[in-house]
Design a protein around this ligand. Structure first.
Ligand SMILES: [Zn+2]
Length: 63
């Protein structure tokens, strides 16, 4: 039998929700922030997406 190696590395503990971030770089239409907890750098818009994901399903947006 061939067992599939899971492509996702097992996360130790809880996933970081990046509760504390600081802006490290700023572009004209993008802002980059660094998480003070896990040191990850990402676009601030990504962070919004992440936090929205949890509570987005309540509202039905139809346009
Ligand atoms: Zn983090």
């Amino acid at each position: 039998m061939t067992s599939k190696p899971s492509s996702q590395p097992s996360k130790p503990g809880q996933p970081c929700k990046h509760p504390r971030v600081q802006i490290v770089s700023r572009d004209e239409d993008a802002e980059f922030v660094e998480c003070l907890e896990c040191r990850e750098i990402f676009e601030s818009s990504e962070l919004k997406d992440m936090s929205i994901e949890e509570r987005v399903e309540k509202e039905t947006q139809e346009s």
